[in-house]
Design a protein around this ligand. Structure first.
Ligand code: PLP
Length: 433
């Protein structure tokens, strides 16, 4: 009996497809519902920069509107933007993409992820995905008809996915490996040598790789390795790149896919029928970001680094075990010392101390026992959050040390045009990022 017939026999009233029924709503959701009813919450929950998009980038979009650029662009995106992305990838990672046949401007990396999954997955194809990982990976694969095969990663191993662990999960149905490094939620980064081992595996088993490199610029120790730039990888990699995190542009909804022409043509087909194109003004803003946004990126990354060190030291001083994140803007402490599991910890911390963090199990089974704390917020708020977490832990018998001192010689972000206040924030917050 087919699944559908079985469902009808059971008298299910659902009018939704089996695929949609099979995916769970975001595990972060109930916390956001709760936060919406509370005042005075310090949110370490949402994965988005607290900076407002730098002024010159906003101005480029405003100017484009003034000039009447309010139409569709080519489905693939503005040629000048694709040329700029192509130059950017060549200069940064020494990898050549033909701007016309190998680049597609998308509605954020989110759309790129969906396009990649739908373009390559046939029903039942398996995709290997490190656990914990970004909350959209599993649903995108499932909605495309694929099967997620999680690979565990662990704090003791700095949450790195190991080629050997991937290898033992490869089957004749394996179609692709989905890598998201620097990682959300752990902040883990893979070295070039570690990525090379995965590249060799991809060649050996003839696998595709979806590389979500949205956090490529947010790296604190060393350099990011672009997976597609490794020997033999360009032809089997779908590279997803973005503007949301590096340039503080989450609300603009623009990103890109870089891939070999045959794969890109497949994604282009889906994109042209579903999204048509990314918004024109966002593409104009993205062009300004990629042309002239480098100083902003550097300022923001330096600031995130200061906050990262404050947060890691603070959590450790409070008695929590906290792996040092090497990229992105998250810490992922283990909360077992509190005697609570991650969900109870997040819920009780929110209710008792009005600090929002995300339970690690929202990102996969291996996230259980951890919580994700985003440090893309001011040092003052981080300090206040740490002091509230300290009180919360003290009540549970965890011995708290003193709060850490940090180098307060913070850059004058507003002088550099990087405002962190004044914009209407917190409205209709995403339950995903
Ligand atoms: N990929 C990862 C790993 C993310 O953390 C996020 C957002 O949090 C996205 C993709 C979504 O990016 P975009 O805003 O470009 O759609």
């Amino acid at each position: 009996m087919s699944v559908r017939a079985d469902r009808i026999d059971r008298g299910s009233a659902s009018r939704l497809s089996d695929r949609v029924e099979s995916i769970a709503p975001s595990g972060i959701r109930k916390f956001f519902d709760l936060i919406a009813t509370m005042d005075g919450v310090i949110s370490l929950g949402v994965g988005e920069p607290d900076f407002t998009t730098p002024w010159h980038i906003r101005e480029a979009a405003i100017y484009s509107l003034e000039r009447g650029y309010t139409m569709y662009t080519s489905n693939s995106g503005l040629p000048e933007l694709r040329r700029a992305i192509s130059r950017h990838l060549a200069e940064r990672y020494a990898i050549e993409y033909d701007w016309d046949s190998e680049l597609l401007v998308t509605v954020g990396v989110s759309e790129g992820l969906d396009l990649a999954a739908r373009a390559i997955i046939d029903p039942g194809d398996e995709v290997i995905v490190p656990d914990p990982g970004y909350v959209s990976y599993q649903p995108c694969v499932t909605l495309a008809g694929g099967v997620v095969v999680p690979v565990p990663t662990r704090e003791a191993d700095e949450f790195k996915v190991r080629a050997a662990e991937i290898a033992c999960r490869v089957t004749p149905r394996t179609k692709a490996i989905l890598l998201g490094y620097p990682n959300n939620p752990t902040g883990a980064v893979l070295s070039r040598a570690e990525l090379l081992e995965i590249a060799n595996l991809a060649i050996k088993h003839d696998l595709l790789v979806i590389a979500d490199e949205i956090y490529d610029r947010l790296i604190y120790d060393g350099e990011h390795t672009c997976f597609a730039s490794l020997p033999g990888m360009k032809e089997r990699t779908i590279l997803l790149g973005g503007f949301s995190k590096a340039y503080a542009m989450t609300g603009w909804r623009v990103g890109y896919v870089a891939a070999p022409a045959d794969l890109l043509a497949g994604m282009h087909k889906i994109h042209q029928y579903t999204a048509l194109c990314a918004p024109m003004m966002s593409q104009k803003a993205a062009l300004e970001a990629i042309r002239a946004g480098e100083p902003d990126v550097r300022l923001m990354v330096d600031e995130y680094d200061r906050r990262r060190r404050l947060m890691v030291k603070g959590l450790r001083d409070l008695g929590l075990s906290c792996f040092e994140p090497r990229g992105a803007f998250y810490t992922f402490p283990a909360v077992g010392a509190s005697g609570l599991d991650d969900e109870a910890f997040a819920e009780q911390l929110l209710i008792e101390e009005k600090v929002a963090v995300v339970p690690g199990s929202a990102f996969g089974e291996c996230g259980r026992g951890h919580v994700r704390c985003c440090y893309a917020t001011s040092t003052e708020r981080i300090r206040e959050a740490l002091s509230r977490i300290g009180r919360f832990l003290e009540r549970r018998g965890v011995v708290a040390g003193s709060l850490p001192m940090v180098d307060e010689t913070s850059v004058t972000l507003t002088d550099a045009g990087l405002a962190t206040t004044g914009a209407p924030r917190g409205e209709g917050r995403s339950e995903i990022g």
